[in-house]
Structure formats: C-alpha cells, structure tokens
Design a protein around this ligand. Sequence first.
Ligand code: GCW
Length: 695
Amino acid sequence: MIKKNLITLLLTGLSFWGFSMGAHADDGSRLWLQQSSKGDASIYLRTKSTPTTDIAVQELKDGWNGGQVNLEIKKQKGMKRDAFTISSKNGTVTISSPSDIGLLYGAYKLLQLQTVGSATANFSITESPFHDIRLLNHWDNLDGNSERGYAGKSIFWKVQGFPRTIGENATADIRNNPLNNTAYARANASVGINGAVLNNVNASPKVLTTEVLRMASQYANVLRPYGIRVYLAVNFSSPVVVGGLKTADPMDKEVQNWWKNKAKEIYSMIPDFGGFLVKANSEGQPGPMDYGRTHADGANLLARALRPYGGIVMWRAFINNPTDPDRAKQARIEFEHLDGQFLDNVIIQVKNGPIDFQPREPFNALFDALHKTAEMPEFQITQEYLGQANHLAYLGTMWEEFFKEVMTYANYKQNQLRARYNAIAGVANTGTDADWTGHPLAQSNWYAFGRMAWNPDLDAKSIADEWVHLTYPSLDDKQHATLVSMLMRSREAVVDYEMPIGLHHQFGDSHYAPGAWDNRPIRRDWLPVFYNQADANGIGFDRTKATGTDNTSQYNPEFGDMVEDIRTCPDKYLLWFHHVSWNHKCQTGRTVWEELCYRFQNGINEARQLQRDWNSLEGAIDPDIFHDVQVRLMTQTRDAEWWKDGCLLYFQTLHGMSFPDFLEPPTHTLDECKNSRLNVGLYRSPTHEELNKVR
Ligand code: GCW
C-alpha cells in the first residue's frame, strides 16, 4: 500500500513537469487544469494587488509559456464586471477587465487558449458572461452523504457537519499547492462558476446553527479570492427547529424577526454571502402552504431578511406534490398566478424539463410564463437518470438542445436580461472520489456547465473539443477526434436505451435500472406504468388538448401547436405528448413497436461502439484511467442490453407481437430483468479479454 502510494507520488511528480511525456500515472484529480509547466513569462500587474490578482499572476507564472503579460483594471462603459479582453500584439499580451476577478477569468482563458493552440502572436478577444450568477448546487448532506451523488461522499461535510478540507480528495493538488485546498475553487473559477450552494435542497435545519455557519464562513474565505460566493439551502421550518419558535408562518412577526436576525448573523460572518435556496412544499419539505400562505409569502419573507445585504432567494419550482393528474403541468400551475407578487431579489429556480431530469425532456412550460418575476434554469450535472457515474453521457448536447428550444420558443434571453438578477444553476456531480466525478469523462459535464452558464450560445461540440484538448492534451488529432465524437454521441445513446421516442420515467427505484412493469401500490405518478400508459393497444402519455391533460396549451402556440399535432410532433417527443397505437407510423416510416425495437437496439450498438472507440485509445491515456473507463463502458453496454430486454419483453406481454428481424434476441428473461439481483453496479474485475471483446 505504502509502496503503491510512493510510486504514484513519484510518477505524479514526474508528470508534473509536462504532458509531452504522453501517458503518465494520473488519478484524474487535476481535472482540465494544467499543472504548473514552469512557465517563463514576465507578468506585470498594472493595478493594486488583491488576493484575486495574486492568484492570476501566480497561475500565469506557473502556466504561461509565451512572453510578457500585462494585467490591468480598465472600467469601460457597458462592460460587465466579470468581462475581460485579451489582446496579444507581437507576443505581448494584455488582459484587461473592470475587476480583479475578470483578470483571473482572463488569465485562465489565456492558459486555455495556449493549450488548445490558439494563443497566437496577434489576436484579440473579449468575453462577457451572459448569466451573472453561475452556480453549482451541491446536494450534500451535513452527515457527509450526497443525495444523488455518485462519486463518493460530500466534498464539504463530514459526519454531522464537520467540514472537510475542500479538495482533500484532490491528491495531486494537495501535493503541489501549498494552499492545499484550492483545487475546487480553481476548477470552478477556470470555467467562470461564481457561486456554490454548499448543502442539499432537502435541507437540514441545522445548517443555520451558528456552529455550521462558522464552517460555511471558512469555505467562503477559501472561495472568495476565486470570485465564488457561498449560498445555503435552508429549511422553511428553521425558526421552529433551530429558533425554538412555535410556528414558521411567514405572517408571524416573531418569525419575520427570526429570519432578519439570522440574516444579520450570517452577514456578520460572511459579508458577501450570496443567499438562500429553498425547496418548499415539495416531497415532504415544509413550506408556507403548511400555514395557508403562498410561495410568494414564503419567498418574500426570506427575501426581506436578505435584502439589506444584497442577498437573493432562489425558490424552487419543483413542487412535487401533485394537485393535477399531470405532474408536467405542476410548476406553471403553481407559479403563474403569483407573477408580480415576488420581490425582485427572488428568483424562481426551474428544472429544465417539466418532470424530473429525464435523459430528454421538452423545456418546462413555466419558462416564459412569468413576466414580472425572475426565473433561472436548474440543470442536473450529476446523472441521476443517465446511468449515474457508470455510463458515459456528455450533457453538453442536452443543454444545447434546451437553450435552443427556450431561445426559440420562450424568449429566454429577453426574460433573463429584464430581471434584476440573471442566474443559472447546475446540480453538481462532485464527490470525494480522486477524480471528483466518479466517471473520469463526467468531468466534461462540470466543465460544460460552466462554459454554457457563461455563454449559452456555445455549441456542445466546441466545448467537448476544448475539454478534450485541456484534459487529454497528449492525444494526436485522430485520437482527439475519437474522444470528441464519443462525447458527442453518448447522450443520444442513453436516450435510445432509456427513453426512446419520448417514453419517459421507466426507471426502477434506484433511478438506474429499468422498471417499465413497476405497478406497486405507491403514488401513481412515481410509477413507470403511469408514464408509459402501455396496454394491449398502445403506449404513451397523452398530454394533448384534444384528448389528454392539455399540457400542450401551457406552451406558447408555436411550440404547443407543433407538439399537439401528431403529424408535426417530432418523434423524439412522440410518447411524451401522445398516446398512440402500437401500429402508429413514426416519421421514420416504422411503426411505434418497430421504432422502439430499433431505438433500443441502436442504443446497444452505440454503447458497443463507445467501447470500441475507447479501446482504440489504449496507450494514449493513462493506464488507470483507461482501465477505469473501459470497465464503465462495458457496464454501460450490459445495462443497455438489460434495458432493451426488460422494456421490450414487458411490452410484448401486453400486445403479443413478435420482434422484428433486426433485433438481437434477448439475453435475459423478463423475470431476470425484474429481479433486482441484476443491479450489480460496475463489473468487479473483468479480465483483459472480456474488456476487449466487444460484440
Ligand atoms: O430528482 C428528484 C430526486 C430527489 C431530489 C428531487 C429534487 C433533492 O430524485 O433526490 O431531491 O428531485 O430535485 O428536489
């Protein structure tokens, strides 16, 4: 054990000096950030130094191999605080920005351009973020666990709130960085993320105890120089549980004072505290409705307390307490009538889709329904429903699709710009695993979130391209293209084997394995059979105005009419919006039954192709990472086969039709699929032969 660590240490030490050596021992902890490469540049700071400019200077000293770099603060009319310009003339580079954090962003950008190969002798770029507040939400519990986290434990909390040293998982950084715990902050700042909610939205009231606040303030101190503000998720019952009051009713004077005093206490410890995130009256969490009040009453209560200090309240629209038979309609039903009642430091935080982070969803109809209230999207970077940390699913393509839709059909940009606070959040996929994200390639999702939060017009492909350059800089052009193409195809593969043509929420309990048959006596809208509505005649969830739940009318007509009409509804949303007969013809010309079979098979074929592609990179990637990903891809293929067999065999019991010729015969029986023993997680120790044998 000691020996192995020593060897790893030595090898990592070697790799520290450069990537040109090719494959080297690597635990993935350095993410997309270059280690110091003994840059030999002269860095001139033409402004007063701050902790943030100190970091910018150090990063450039460590990493920049060109000539001189000047850093200067320059206020320009209309230029956002975080914006920066980099201009290079005959090899002398000047980074300018209205703020020190803009200089740091510029420094990271310059280093990225160097690695990507586009920091030429003469160029000039200006970058300005579209979203002002770019946040990670960590669903981390004070007991050290992370809800829907698949990369180990919480990076922030240990047993009962004892704080971790941020980045104690990031072994390489600890070895190389005297500050010891800045890896997380660096990674975020390098992609422009400027806020972190440190705890789960299913929030323990304890978060607001003085003891835990003190810990949060330590994190704030580490994160501050990197431009990252700390936020907390709070429990609506805190005045009762922590404060000992009899009620948490927003109209109660004592309750109002309690929140005011709490805010005062927080700001005395964390002067730049960002604000609160709240999940209220959803999935058993307390909220203002417990007292006959509205979401607006609840949100404004907190907003008033934070307001004097510039804090915000992010109030979630994920109200999973159905009052309508169709959960997809819930968010709009709950919030539309309250428009105009929220204070302007409240933002309604809306999941990208209307159900729950499925591999593909149309945008939530609440976007564009509020005209006097700010809204912000919530993405899920952690892959709760996309194979978790076992499957490769690059989400850049999903988020690009979302932004295209909301920009086309929901005035996304105008709405964001009109609001006082313009924000976006992603539920983090970080944990204590050495590589932070469990699946080494899932780091790309953290990276892509940051990039798209900064610029929602970026396309997924160029982000993937950047990330591969930065993370695997020693790949040759062909290998590089192979990895980019793997990322780009990966999410669609998952869609094919988990939710073909809009068939959604077919998950068993763990949100990992298929459960299409699941009909237990629990809440109907938690069950796969509720979402597939499959019987002898047909399949799909009817959300049309004509015959269904009328979710389509919640959208503006341009989108709503298109998906309402079965002739114009894209196949990808067919079973999301329509209940159709098994013989209904899809746009591909195949019947629904054939199309489902085709998609499931395609998902398997794609998973196998991912394996082959990855195998072609052997020798070009660090052996440990290579092997780790190999095992995960093999698992992914196994699971895709299992999804196909489970779903198709079950549907076959309903209608009795035979399988088309192109479909591989099942390798499991339906009973085996229903048997949870199949849920074995990653392959334990596959042999070299097994890993390389792809069907
Ligand atoms: O996606 C579902 C998850 C819950 C989660 C909830 C939410 C934090 O299964 O684990 O709780 O959504 O977003 O509030």
